[in-house]
Design a protein around this ligand. Structure first.
Ligand SMILES: NC(=O)c1ccc[n+]([C@@H]2O[C@H](COP(=O)([O-])OP(=O)(O)OC[C@H]3O[C@@H](n4cnc5c(N)ncnc54)[C@H](O)[C@@H]3O)[C@@H](O)[C@H]2O)c1
Ligand SMILES: O=C(O)C[C@H](O)C(=O)O
Length: 371
């Protein structure tokens, strides 16, 4: 190792996507999607190319997986690395996606993964700090517990940067919570079709805000008309299913890990957005990600939601619709807070915020006490 295949392109015309933990369940499936699909975003006449750069600590598996992927006939350049070669993997990266870390087994919570995965994320943050251009790279964290590991990365960067804020990296670190949105959409469609007897070829969009664990996951079914035909007990069941969808998969896999295929699909959707942004296909993308809200938000909000907004901002990290440009989060769209129903406002949100704050604090304390 390391390996590089057919890469004759000029680095300035190249978009480099790194997957750290590429030999794992999510890493392999995501890398397959990227190798087979991501070039469709390239305009037909372009001098730009996409380079997929894979890394894992498991040298044997990454070597096999990447060699296999490298035979696929798409115009995606590939390179792969293991062990100490992470520097070459990360050099010139535009997007770093991180599914590195332990998955759950039945009986475990995501918080039970904290000790081992926080150490992994701290180490990878140090590598990104050393080898990436912090004024351009986007970092997308998949590893669990997302609610604590995004703060681990955020506060580790703060520590390493020692007061310097000129790179703006804090605006370009995101936790991927897209799987909750994917699940909310899938489960709502199924309940809607059962309730109405109507089959639809469309998928309903349900914003899911908050965090990515149990009651910190806040699906806003009130925001989609399809849910309005459902009886209250079905809605309550839907909320529970989205909040504990991860457990459903962990139980079904019976000790062989957690969601990998649906997660790879969700991560691929996110990466597509960022590639579109970097290619200039979009000047700004709107998406829901788990990120810090402090320090940079605009406040296009009506009076009614002001109290809610303060509670969310005090939590410091939260998944909510945001507009992102090449510099990172540009503005946070708080408008949907004006339309929450009473149950979402008075019961679900307070529970979410209480638990989320604790998870965020764990990440912060981990970095402060391991300086
Ligand atoms: N955000 C979400 O919605 C979501 C969904 C599903 C799973 N996850 C999480 O994603 C993580 C990965 O899940 P998985 O099923 O792919 O696990 P996995 O065990 O199959 O793969 C993890 C990979 O990470 C690698 N790895 C470990 N330490 C590393 C390091 N320091 N650098 C590089 N690679 C390293 C391992 O060698 C392995 O190949 C878990 O923490 C899981 O809980 C998150
Ligand atoms: O549940 C898990 O541990 C994995 C992931 O967070 C999920 O929601 O499927």
């Amino acid at each position: 190792m390391p390996h590089q295949i057919t890469d004759n392109s000029n680095p300035s015309e190249q978009i480099k996507i790194c997957v750290l933990g590429a030999a794992g369940g999510i890493g392999q499936s995501l890398s397959l999607l990227l190798k087979t699909q991501i070039h469709y975003l390239l305009p037909s006449h372009t001098n730009k190319s996409i380079n997929l750069s894979l890394y894992d600590i498991n040298e044997e598996v990454i070597n096999g997986v990447a060699t296999d992927l490298s035979h696929i006939d798409t115009p995606i350049n590939m390179s792969w690395y293991a062990g100490h070669s992470i520097d070459r993997c990360l050099q010139d990266a535009n997007i770093v996606v991180i599914p590195a870390g332990m998955p759950r087994k039945p009986g475990m919570t995501r918080d039970d993964l904290f000790n081992i995965n926080a150490g992994i994320i701290k180490g990878l943050t140090d590598s990104i700090y050393q080898h990436c251009d912090l004024s351009k790279v986007f970092v997308l964290v998949i590893s669990n517990p997302v609610n604590s590991l995004v703060p681990v990365m955020h506060y580790r960067f703060k520590q390493l940067l020692n007061g310097k804020t000129d790179t703006g990296i804090e605006r370009r670190i995101f936790g991927i919570t897209k799987l909750d949105i994917v699940r909310a959409s899938t489960f709502l469609k199924s309940e809607y079709e059962t309730a109405t007897g109507q089959i639809s070829s469309n998928m309903p969009f349900v914003p899911v805000i908050g965090g990515h664990s149990g009651e910190t996951i806040l699906p806003l079914f009130s925001q989609n008309n399809w849910s309005h035909v459902l009886p209250n007990e079905v809605l309550q069941h839907l909320i529970y299913r989205v909040q504990y969808g991860g457990d459903e998969v962990v139980k079904a896999k019976n000790g062989k890990g957690s969601a990998t295929l649906s997660m790879a699909h969700a991560a691929f959707k996110c990466v597509q957005d960022f590639v579109n942004l970097i290619l200039g296909n979009a000047h700004e993308i709107d998406s829901i990600n788990f990120a810090t809200l402090r320090d940079f938000q605009e406040r296009p909000i009506t009076q009614g939601a002001e109290k809610l907004l303060n509670r969310i901002e005090n939590t410091a990290f939260f998944a909510i619709p945001m507009s992102i440009n090449l510099q990172g989060t540009n503005s946070v769209n708080y408008n949907l807070l004006n339309n929450l129903n009473a149950h979402e406002t008075n019961e679900l949100l307070p529970l979410c915020l209480t638990k989320l704050k604790k998870n965020i604090e764990s990440g912060k304390v981990f970095i402060e006490s391991s300086a």
